[in-house]
Design a protein around this ligand. Structure first.
Ligand code: N1C
Length: 263
């Protein structure tokens, strides 16, 4: 008997949905809730998975809105202690190595929502089975794709939740400037910090060991960032190559001159 062949799935430029997405999300959810932060208590991982799935399956992956993710965000949210929020831009590897070694700080990936979604991707398609494992739209193909909308919304909520002193790790080796107003940090997070709850923003400007120091704390893009934040009534400090983080970079470059104790 002949099997009916449905309409072909769309082809996009980004990688497709992560294989075994359900198992990955459920596994990460249980490991976060039961092993890492048992004090979090009553999180329903099965419900969390269902709400993520319903945000995108069978949908056109260019038409995703924040409303699609509202149930997920609601279910996965949990308190974040004051003075612990750590934001970043273009320092993904370093910042996450740092929060692994220093429990005093939390990035979005150290919250349940970010932990589940870290380096995972997903998107839907109107034709069966409703999930596209072959390809997903890039930001250049459409802004309102499931992954972009997810990170923008999660970043907004993470910034809104911050209180006390907020830390930011930026990359001083990026040629285009350490602060870019088109980044999620520059376009979403800084505008969603609440001046009634956040008192200070501490910038750690790291440059790659052996890499160029394209920008320091007195650089142009940092000045722009400072003035945006000062206009919003935050107190700002900036430290070049914050030592506790630089020592972590030095683990991989122990002999480099930047890593010597006496110079
Ligand atoms: O655009 P960015 O950096 O400035 O975004 C980083 C900023 C951080 O402070 C996080 O709180 O926004 C949050 N965030 C993530 O936690 C995150 N994890 C993975 C934003 N984006 C995140 N991603 C993916 O990396 C996502 O696909 C997004 O588009 C990139 C942004 O990385 P970036 O340019 O270095």
């Amino acid at each position: 008997e002949k099997q009916e062949v449905g309409p072909k799935m769309m082809k996009w430029k980004d990688r497709g949905t992560t294989k075994n997405l359900q198992e990955v999300i459920l596994g990460r959810c249980y490991s976060y809730v039961m092993a890492r932060y048992p004090q979090l208590g009553d999180k329903d991982c099965l419900k969390i998975w269902e709400s993520l799935k319903h945000a995108f399956i069978y949908k056109n992956p260019c038409n995703i809105t924040s409303e699609d993710y509202e149930p997920l965000m609601e279910l996965a949210t949990h308190p974040i202690p004051c003075n612990k929020s750590l934001l970043w831009s273009k320092t993904s590897d370093l910042v996450h190595r740092y929060t692994k070694s220093n429990q005093n700080f939390l990035t979005l990936e150290d919250t349940l929502l970010g932990y589940m979604a870290d380096r995972v991707s997903w998107c839907g398609d109107p034709s069966d089975p409703g999930i596209n494992y072959e390809s997903c739209p890039k930001r250049s193909e459409c802004e309102s794709n499931p992954n972009s909308v997810f990170w923008k919304m999660a970043s907004k909520l993470f910034a809104e939740a911050a209180c006390g002193v907020v830390q930011v790790m930026l990359n001083g080796s990026v040629e285009a400037g350490a602060f870019r107003s088109s980044s999620i940090f520059g376009s979403i997070e800084i505008f969603n910090l609440n001046p009634d709850k956040v008192s200070e923003v501490h910038i750690w400007l790291m440059h790659d060991i052996g890499g160029p120091q394209s920008e320091s704390c007195s650089g142009h893009s940092i000045k722009r960032l400072k003035s945006i934040l000062e206009d919003r009534n935050f107190k700002i400090t900036c430290v070049d190559n914050y030592r506790p983080v630089q020592l972590l970079q030095c683990v991989h470059n122990p002999d480099h001159t930047d890593c010597r104790l006496c110079t």
